[in-house]
Design a protein around this ligand. Structure first.
Ligand SMILES: Nc1ncnc2c1ncn2[C@@H]1O[C@H](COP(=O)(O)OP(=O)(O)O)[C@@H](O)[C@H]1O
Ligand SMILES: CC(C)(COP(=O)(O)O)[C@@H](O)C(=O)NCCC(=O)O
Ligand SMILES: [K+]
Length: 273
C-alpha cells in the first residue's frame, strides 16, 4: 500500500512517498517545493508517481494553500487527510491549554521524536528520556517532552529569515549581505547572522536547562527543519540532527490509522507459514 506523507509549512511543501504506511517503510520518492510553485505539482514532480493508496499530511499554511494542495492531489483517487493536534495520539499527551491550537507540525514532529527516542532506549535497554525537540523552519519551535511522553510546553521564535527581515525593515542601517557565524562578529553582516543563530541556539540551551531541572534527568535533544543544518555547527552539547522528523511522525500516526489489514483485506485471512 503506497503511502504519501505531506508536510506543508509556511515556506515549503515537503512530500515523501513510502511503500507502506508504517515506520521503517521504504522511501520511494520525495521532494520539496516553495509554496509559490505548488500549483505545478500535478503536472511536475507528482505526474509520474505511482498513485498513492493512502495519504496523511500536516499543514500550518492557510486555507488557500490547503485547497491548492488538495486540487493537486485530484490527480489520484485518494482522500486527503490532515492531522489535527489532539489531547493524545500515538503515545504522546498534549499539555497545551487548547490542544487543537498547537501547530500540527509541532505535534507530528514530537510524535516522531518520541518514537525515535523510544526505539533507541529499547535498543540499549535504557529508560525513556525527557526530550527537547527543536524545529528550525520559517519559525523556530523548541518543545519539551517529559520521560512519560507528556508535551510540557514549547517556545516559538522567529526563524533566520524573519529575524533578518524584521531587522532590515525596522532600521535604516541593516541592509547587508548574509554573513558568517562568529563568536565576536566585527562587521554588520556577521553580527546579524551570528545574532540570529545564537538566539536560536540560546533558546534550545535554555529549554534544555528547564527540562533538566523539571524532569531531573538529562534530556535527549533532537533538531529538525529546513534550516536545521545551518544551526548544527553552532550548537553546544549532544544533539541529533534529523531531517525528517515530521515524516517519521506521520508514519507513526498512519500505522495506527491505516492498519495492514485495511490496506490488504486478504492479509487477515491468509494463514501464516
Ligand atoms: N534550498 C534552501 N536553501 C537555503 N535555505 C533554505 C532552503 N530551504 C530551506 N531553507 C531555509 O529553511 C527555512 C525554511 O525551512 P522549511 O523547513 O522549508 O520551513 P517551513 O516548514 O516553515 O516551510 C528557510 O527560512 C530557509 O532559511
Ligand atoms: C509555530 C508555527 C508557525 C511554525 O510554523 P513553520 O515554521 O513550521 O512554518 C506553526 O506551528 C503554527 O502556526 N502553530 C500554531 C500556533 C501554536 O503552535 O501555538
Ligand atoms: K514545518
Amino acid at each position: 500500500m503506497t503511502f504519501l506523507a505531506i508536510d506543508v509549512g509556511n515556506t515549503r511543501l515537503k512530500w515523501a512517498q513510502y511503500d507502506a504506511p508504517r515506520p521503517g517503510a521504504a522511501l520511494l520518492a520525495h521532494g520539496a517545493e516553495f509554496l509559490e510553485h505548488i500549483e505545478k505539482l500535478a503536472e511536475g514532480a507528482w505526474r509520474d508517481l505511482p498513485a498513492p493508496q493512502a495519504m496523511l499530511g500536516c499543514i500550518v499554511a492557510g486555507d488557500a494553500i490547503k485547497r491548492c494542495v488538495q486540487e493537486q492531489m485530484e490527480l489520484w483517487d485518494v482522500a486527503p487527510q490532515w492531522v489535527v493536534s489532539s489531547s493524545s495520539e500515538a503515545g504522546l499527551i498534549n499539555g497545551y491549554d487548547h490542544p487543537a491550537r498547537l501547530g500540527a507540525d509541532r505535534w507530528v514532529a514530537m510524535i516522531g521524536a518520541r518514537h525515535r527516542m523510544l526505539a533507541q532506549a529499547a535498543l540499549h535497554g535504557s529508560a525513556p528520556r525527557p526530550m527537547v525537540v527543536a524545529m528550525v523552519g520559517t519559525a523556530v519551535t523548541v518543545e519539551a517532552i517529559d520521560a512519560g511522553g507528556k508535551f510540557l510546553g514549547g517556545l516559538i521564535l522567529p526563524g533566520h529569515g524573519i529575524m533578518l527581515r524584521a531587522l532590515e525593515s525596522g532600521t535604516a542601517g541593516l541592509h547587508v549581505p548574509t554573513g558568517e557565524v562568529r563568536e565576536f562578529p566585527t562587521n554588520t553582516s556577521d553580527a546579524l547572522t551570528s545574532g540570529g543563530t545564537y538566539a536560536i541556539a540560546g533558546a534550545v540551551e535554555r529549554m534544555m536547562q528547564h527540562v533538566r531541572q523539571h524532569c531531573g534527568a538529562e534530556p535527549m535533544c533532537v533538531m529538525t527543519g529546513g534550516a536545521g543544518w545551518k544551526m548544527a555547527p553552532s550548537m553546544q552539547g549532544t544533539f541529533e540532527l534529523v531531517d525528517n522528523l515530521i515524516f517519521d511522525g506521520l508514519l507513526e500516526i498512519a500505522a495506527r490509522r491505516f492498519p495492514a489489514s485495511l490496506a490488504n483485506p486478504d492479509a487477515a485471512v491468509i494463514p501464516g507459514p
